[in-house]
Ligand binder design. Sequence first.
Ligand code: SF4
Length: 294
Amino acid sequence: MTKASHLVNTRQDPTCKSHPRYQRYRRLDLEFKDCQSILTKATGFIGGFDYTLNPYSGCAFGCSYCYAAFFPRDPELRDNWGHWVKVKQNALDKLQHMRTPLAGKRVYMSSVTDPYQPLERDLRLVRSLLPFMAERKLELVVQTRGSLVVRDLDLLTRFHRVCVNMTVTTDCEDVRRALEPRCEPIAARLEAIAQVVEAGIPAVVTLTPLLPVRSPRKLVAALLDTGARRFVVQSFHPTKGNFMAGTGQAALDMTKSLGWTEDRYREIRSILEADLPDVREGQAGFDPNWLLTA
Ligand code: SF4
């Protein structure tokens, strides 16, 4: 399969909006497109990698603080972040026809979308890429908030070097619902990373950004229960962060009412550093030499 054919293509056939598969995603504006290239030179925060790989543009998880929301040039796309996804339907074809040698190249999937957002369950676009990447000995870091990653454990075990980063931002479902209303509950993500660990695949929990935490001790216990032993933490502060236009006042009020300040972040970070075995902060946690050598 070189093109995504599992899902109805609303652009080619507008009448298919009544298709049962499309109905599941009816709140999303879906577009299927051919991309020019599927691997992009990694820069900035994740500049230690060779490439980033984003199988989709846009992200249906639609986190209210997502920095990727600011990247689209079209202001309408920026304003509607979380409500549209463009599917790179020729992703596998592009990967297979890369002229540069891929063995040993370090790839970060994904930097501006989530590879395991809900659509992937039907589309299986990421799943179509993994066997080729493993066979060509690419070294892969998967960054996700989606428990769907466990579907692909059979393929991830084929990689010589791989790491699954699962993002968990808080211990509090009220906070999660306020700032990440379309993401999965915290428990589902913790269960998923436990399964990754159980499968023998290197795993890291990324607390990035760290949102208001109610009980740091309980958070530590829950994180350790997953079996993960490496963690990344990074600051989140509403007055410094770029909140999206769609961020509810309720979310802003919540961070304020919970007293989420830079000092409180440092306090929680100290507890995490003291009680978890291997904690890195910020960019140091996205060093491929650390992520891919466990
Ligand atoms: S899952 Fe990641 S890419 Fe998607 S909206 Fe949230 S922060 Fe942005």
